[in-house]
Design a protein around this ligand. Structure first.
Ligand code: S3P
Length: 174
């Protein structure tokens, strides 16, 4: 059994990590942290501003430092950014310190969700509809080796929060 009841929600951009994390936290009566929002609070800049002013490498360093300095109390759900598990030793860190949950969606499902919110996401801003699907397919194929290391892999479409709640509880208690 994990002593620390910390659950990391992992998955591609647009997979519903923040919404699912918030709902799961409320269902369990736990705290909730959104890693991207925490980065914005601590830097005083939005994610697109960080990318455009300092570049992706700088963002990845801030992301890693923020993740490892959350000082998370037990009974907390943390939703991560789509690239968080795939840089440095972040996935090792999350696997060691909590239970990891991958919200899995297909490229077509992700494209449908992301086409409305491209502007808020620096990595896909400015891509055409066709370009977006190609980008998702390629990036997801490269990232799944990290995502698939998660303790729980669950379909992210029509996700039943009470089913996830039970799954998390049983994994933490076993
Ligand atoms: C990123 C995903 C974003 C954010 C940043 C980079 C990525 O978070 O961290 O724009 O590399 O996939 P969401 O997954 O919440 O969109």
């Amino acid at each position: 059994m994990l002593n620390n009841h910390i659950v990391y929600i992992i998955g591609f951009m647009g997979s519903g990590k923040s919404t699912t994390g918030r709902k799961l936290a409320s269902s369990l009566g736990w705290s909730f942290i959104d890693l991207d929002r925490r980065i914005e609070e601590t830097t005083g800049k939005s994610i697109p501003e960080i990318f455009s002013e300092y570049g992706e490498e700088y963002f990845r360093n801030v992301e890693k430092d923020t993740l490892k300095n959350l000082n998370t109390q037990s009974n907390t759900i943390i939703s991560t950014g789509g690239g968080t598990p795939c840089h440095g030793d972040n996935m090792d860190y999350m696997v060691e310190t909590g239970l990891t949950v991958y919200l899995k969606l297909t490229p077509v499902q992700l494209k449908q969700r992301l086409s409305e919110s491209k502007g808020e996401r620096p990595l896909i801003k400015g891509l055409s509809h066709e370009g977006l699907l190609g980008f998702i397919k390629e990036k997801l194929a490269g990232r799944e080796k990290w995502y698939n290391r998660s303790d729980i892999v669950i379909e992210g479409i029509n996700l039943d929060i009470s089913a996830l709640h039970s799954l998390v509880k049983s994994r933490l208690e076993s």
